[in-house]
Write a protein that binds this ligand. Structure first.
Ligand code: NAP
Ligand code: G4F
Length: 332
């Protein structure tokens, strides 16, 4: 194993993988990213975003590809961010979600154990756990000790990965930590998630490129933070002497309706009721209850705190989508 700081990231083409790759590069890491598929369209996007990242191919469903990639990357830190991460999709594709988001974690943990050999604690492991695991919440706010009660196939798969990570820590002495992250967003958020769906639509509506936005439950509430802050917490977890689990959240809950208010107001539209339509097909078979995270442990031990307020997050996303929509309008 080598002394230089070397990181291996699964899910590097996703929102968090992109932010984490830049953070680690800025800290002097050599960064390797696992990319799936034979011609993944996100490769050029990743290369433009962080050209120094070394791309390796593989899939969380193919354990031999993970072991092979680890042998090439020789990492001291492994961040397992890869997953099917869209909750709504997980009801329609429950088995695949269980395999990738659940069993994929076991495949990665086992690959790290095999790769590390006798020196298993020398490779630090981060698992991307989720506030979706709290689902039908058993206390408000939720903390590391709150009983898990997932409400979606995605949440169930995340619970499997979470406990498997703890099990590898306890069984093999692996330095394996789980970050129980509440929702975090950015201009790089996938367009299927509600925040980006709204920021894209608001930008396009304000430039006359679109005239309606179909949504599901606009009274849903979430504890939304900024992705750039949350990847910093991931890194801090792996710098601790002891591996552990941490809730990462802002501690404030907001509604989709509030997000709509701020986003539309930012482009000068105070009454958005004529643009937004509720589509019953976008309602979920089960919703999580009131998700609010208590991140006191992370704030004390990791000295971590969110830096971007909700209103600033919304306007950051709308501004980024206004720039994209303006290019679309000009035909660029
Ligand atoms: P994301 O944007 O949806 O990215 C998911 C990543 O997983 C993508 O790079 C995707 O690759 C990759 N992936 C999917 N299937 C794979 C497979 N079979 N093998 C290898 N890679 C695969 O998610 P994110 O928002 O960055 O979130 C990162 C992680 O944190 C995920 O595990 C998510 O569940 C978890 N999480 C996210 C939040 C949040 O609010 N963002 C909160 C809590 C937990 P392609 O680009 O090829 O599809
Ligand atoms: O943006 P969402 O799809 O995110 P969700 O379901 O909270 O999941 C995200 O956060 C989790 C952490 O808690 C992650 F683990 C997960 O990977 C993902 O990143 O939906 C947020 C809320 C939901 O209540 C949904 O019902 O917005 C509501 N919503 C209302 N209309 C909608 C829509 N969500 C989407 N995606 N699209 C709609 O049209």
């Amino acid at each position: 194993m080598q002394n230089a700081k070397r990181a291996f990231i699964t899910g590097i083409t996703g929102q968090d993988g992109m932010y984490l790759s830049r953070l680690l590069l800025s800290k002097g890491y050599e960064v390797y990213g696992l990319v799936r598929g034979q011609n993944n369209p996100k490769i050029p996007v990743l290369q433009a975003w962080a050209p120094e990242v070394k791309i390796l191919t593989g899939d969380l469903l193919d354990q031999s590809s993970l072991l092979r990639a680890l042998k090439v990357a020789q990492p001291t830190e492994v961040y397992n961010l890869g997953a099917i991460s869209f909750v709504a999709y997980s009801w329609e594709n429950a088995q695949l979600t269980s395999q990738v988001t659940g069993l994929g974690v076991l495949n990665m943990l086992e690959a790290v154990r095999l790769y590390a050999g006798d020196d298993v604690s020398a490779v630090r492991f981060y698992q991307a756990s989720s506030s979706e695991m709290f689902g039908r919440v058993q206390e408000v706010p939720q903390r590391e000790t709150t009983l898990l009660w997932p409400r979606s196939p995605y949440g169930v798969a995340k619970v499997f990965g979470h406990y498997m990570t703890i099990n590898y820590r306890e069984s093999y002495g692996m330095h394996a930590s789980s970050g129980v992250l509440f929702n975090h967003e950015s201009p790089l958020r996938g367009p299927e998630f509600v925040t980006r769906k709204i920021s894209t639509a608001v930008a396009r509506i304000s430039l006359g490129l679109q005239d309606r936005l179909d949504l599901g439950n606009i009274d849903a509430q979430r504890d939304w933070g900024f992705a750039g802050d949350y990847v910093e917490a991931m890194w801090r977890m792996l710098q601790q002497d002891e591996a552990d689990d941490y809730v990462i959240s802002t501690g404030e809950t907001q509604s989709v309706r509030k997000y709509l208010d701020i986003a539309f107001a930012h482009v000068g539209i105070d009454d958005w009721s004529g643009y937004v339509h509720q589509d019953p097909a976008l309602l979920r078979p089960a919703e999580v209850d009131l998700l609010i995270g208590d991140s006191a442990k992370a704030r004390t031990r990791l000295e971590w705190a969110p830096s971007v307020a909700f209103e600033d997050l919304v306007t950051m996303m709308v501004d980024a989508d206004l720039a994209i929509a303006a290019k679309e309008k000009s035909g660029a």
